[in-house]
Design a protein around this ligand. Structure first.
Ligand code: RIB
Ligand code: CA
Length: 308
């Protein structure tokens, strides 16, 4: 069966970096687009290029929005470090971005190819701008599989997950755009898929530049979760959005209407899913509620180990 065609929109980010490696093994990645999120745009773009160079990927990287639609830019140095990809020594990167027009890339790629999935795993700024500038792409995409939101606890606030909180207006636009198939991998789901010391050890046992680089990424990422939450496990948020396209059979989804709080003092960035029995709200999203973590982890570790 043909691999799904995707555009991966990301803000590398430790888990974004793994999502890139996983996506390349299971999808036809037509382009990688970057957005301000875990780190400033300059760094998220540099990090995407670093991963392409490290893994020998010939995929165009297009830089996108350097700030959210309306709220001030915010980053996540506690989780990802100042560079957005702290942990392993950084190699010199000699690749350059294909353009600084990620939104134009998204629009033109969807217009030129049938059945393209948009897989955003950072703030949804680029996606919102694309559907606003080119409403015709809403009916052309195969779907949007996003990592963002939660139908449970938040992470950046008690109620909001970082990607949606960082640009709530963009997220609201995307959920309301009318895309026929939207899959949401929120924190309620992604915390079911965690890596730990065993996965770092498996990558080091494999050896090689990419597995060892990712093992060092895991070490940094894990240390943060140990320090902040006392956990010896770190959720693989962004790879879940890739797997929801490539291996949907590993998930249980529920059709829900999801909207985004943009103005709440305590709830800005909250994804409000209507889970009331018998609600007359029309679903606009498939919310992921569970994942079969064992095969999913094997797919992630196997993909990373498959590079040199
Ligand atoms: O809340 C988790 C999300 O925020 C992930 O996409 C992670 O990379 C960060 O962007
Ligand atoms: Ca991300």
């Amino acid at each position: 069966m043909a691999k799904p065609k995707i555009i991966l929109d990301c803000d590398p980010g430790h888990d974004d970096a793994v999502a890139i490696l996983l996506a390349v093994r299971h999808c036809e990645v037509l382009a990688i687009t970057t957005v301000s999120g875990n780190a400033p745009l300059e760094m998220t773009t540099a990090n995407a290029l670093l991963m392409c160079q490290l893994a020998g990927l010939d995929i165009p990287v297009h830089a996108g929005a350097d700030r959210p639609l309306l709220v001030p830019a915010a980053h996540a140095p506690r989780a990802h470090g100042a560079t957005g990809l702290d942990g392993p020594p950084r190699p010199d990167v000699h690749l350059a971005a294909a353009s600084d027009d990620a939104v134009g890339c998204i629009i033109e790629t969807v217009r030129a190819h049938d059945d393209v999935w948009l897989v955003p795993v950072g703030p949804l700024t680029n996606i919102a701008l694309a559907v606003r500038q080119a409403p015709d792409i809403v009916g052309r995409v195969a779907g949007i599989s996003l990592m963002g939101g939660s139908v449970g606890l938040g992470n950046v606030t008690p109620t909001a997950e970082f990607n949606v909180w960082a640009d709530p207006h963009a997220a609201q636009i995307v959920f309301a755009a009318g895309v026929p198939l939207v899959r949401m991998a929120g924190l309620n789901l992604t915390h079911q898929l965690c890596v730990g010391p065993d996965e770092s050890a498996a990558l080091r046992a494999q050896g090689g530049m990419v597995p060892e680089f990712v093992a060092s990424l895991f070490d940094f990422y894990l240390a943060g979760y140990r320090e902040r939450a006392g956990l010896d496990a770190a959720p693989m948020h962004d790879p879940c959005a890739v797997l929801a396209v490539t291996h949907p059979e590993l998930f249980a989804f529920g059709a829900r209407h999801v909207d985004v709080e943009t103005a709440g003092e305590l709830t800005r960035g909250m994804t409000v899913a209507d889970e009331r029995p018998g609600t007359d709200a029309t679903p606009n999203c498939e919310v992921a509620y569970s994942i079969d973590a064992e095969p999913a982890l094997k797919l992630i570790v196997g993909a990373v180990c498959s590079y040199d």
